[in-house]
Design a protein around this ligand. Structure first.
Ligand SMILES: C[S@@+](CC[C@H](N)C(=O)[O-])C[C@H]1O[C@@H](n2cnc3c(N)ncnc32)[C@H](O)[C@@H]1O
Length: 226
């Protein structure tokens, strides 16, 4: 756990690890008022519980580390057949997403305040249509590489959760992270890299804009579940 994180109680076997961050009173009240409407519970078999709660009968997609969730909303808008479950630890980001969901009345997004790695491990095998990580924390220093979300166990958990034909999509503005992810996921025989690598149609996210302003190149990587 990072120095800026605290642990909240376990809910449905998933630790609701929180990032210690300043959440304004307005954001706290958005969380209090809107989470009950948009939160996806972590009890019971996942993602069946989410589909039942949302009364949705299409496929489930996981959007991991969504920040303010602008790209999550765009995904849900473009793919109404999906139930998009946004997983985030950062409460101010979650609050922004909740307010926007309330204003836009998007019915196919649910949010979970939880550790995405633990949540992924809780998903029943072959039940998730897509998993997306846009700009995961890069941990660029060599001594912090072990903190990167994408590692061999993440790749194995993603491969297990994804249904055959499902996709894992990562975007990063750190060449070293892209190379690290290619290596980690290559060790997972159930995931095949999509070639040629290409830009995926999606909005530019807040972190991506910062990376581009700093002159970093963007890489989108997709692997398909065999
Ligand atoms: C670099 S930001 C990118 C945010 C957004 N995707 C974007 O591109 O603007 C990484 C996000 O991942 C979240 N995050 C990091 N580790 C996480 C975890 N284990 N589970 C869920 N979210 C996580 C952070 O709180 C942060 O909001």
């Amino acid at each position: 756990m990072n120095a800026d994180e605290t642990q909240a109680p376990t809910v449905g076997g998933v630790r609701t690890t929180r990032r210690r961050s300043r959440t304004s009173p307005a954001k706290e009240s958005a969380l209090r008022d809107l989470l009950p409407r948009f939160a996806a519970s972590t009890a019971g078999p996942l993602p069946a519980t989410w589909l039942e709660e949302a009364r949705h009968d299409g496929p489930v997609a996981l959007d991991v580390g969504v920040g303010d969730g602008a790209a999550t909303r765009a995904w849900a808008r473009a793919r109404p057949e999906l139930l998009v479950v946004a997983v985030e630890l950062h409460r101010p980001g979650l609050a922004k997403l909740l307010v926007a969901l309330d204003e836009e009345a998007l019915g196919n997004v649910r949010v979970v305040e939880a550790d995405a790695v633990e949540l992924l491990a809780r998903c029943e095998p072959a039940t998730v249509a897509a998993i997306r990580l846009l700009f995961p924390d890069p941990w660029p220093k060599r001594r912090h590489v072990a903190r990167r979300m994408v590692d061999r166990s993440f790749a194995a958990a993603a491969a297990s959760a994804l249904a055959p034909g499902g996709e894992l999509h990562l975007a990063t503005d750190w060449d070293d992270y892209a190379e690290h992810a290619r290596t980690m996921v290559a060790a997972e025989p159930r995931l095949a890299p999509e070639r040629p690598e290409r830009r995926i149609d999606r909005p530019v996210t807040a972190y991506e804009a910062r990376g581009m302003a700093a002159g970093r190149a963007i890489t989108d990587l997709v692997w398909r579940r065999r």
